[in-house]
Design a binder for this molecule. Sequence first.
Ligand SMILES: [Zn+2]
Length: 253
Amino acid sequence: MINIKPLKAYTDNYIWLLESNEEVSVVDPGDAKPVLDYLNKTNKNLKDILITHHHFDHTAGVPELENIISGSIYGPQNSYKLIQEEVTQGHTLSSLGIKFEVIEVPGHTLDHIAFYNEENNILFCGDTLFAGGCGRVFEGTFDQMFESLNKLKQLPDSTQIYCGHEYTKNNLLFSIKVEPENNDLIMRNSGIDNLIMTNGSSLPSSIELEKKTNPFLRCDLLGDNIQLMEKFGLDIPSENEIFKHIREWKDST
Ligand SMILES: [Zn+2]
């Protein structure tokens, strides 16, 4: 039996735990302390560390944890120095008996990867796709980020999204500015406070919900939104252009 649980770090980071009866693997340990506290509390051992990208808030806990793992540190190529097994598009790895396929998703950073398990519908996607939004484009191009999000959008609707931050409420407030008449989005936003209060987190989300409510996955539909295209000054825009305009608008808010 495998459980997935969030550990909170910094103000809004998530370290995701993959947990079996005796062992735990962690995704993006930006801080060692919450992981060590959890291991002490549960008397479990740390197996593997999975890294989605090099940013410190996803890796800073690794130096303290690397000496106690019984497995390995998996992460992108040419990235963070403590990665032991570099993985890239199409590679697979197994942690606690769960097989993950690696999907390259550059844009937020150039090294960014996601870990996908088809059997249990699990996606660890770091700072690429967020609930109701997407990561900032720091190192790659807008086109790269758009292509990466489209890769994730192709996954089955039932895929559960475990992303790197609790940004959902803020993202939904922005998304409503983009699509004020999207009823699925209005419904989602109206329930978000309650969800976070009762669940402690807005995650996981799903590909199905994101396709209905996340404007960054809806660029193929938004070209018909005349008001929005007028705001952007776009006449017959490509999906990529729409993506870039929405991302820049979000950056400026
Ligand atoms: Zn990041």
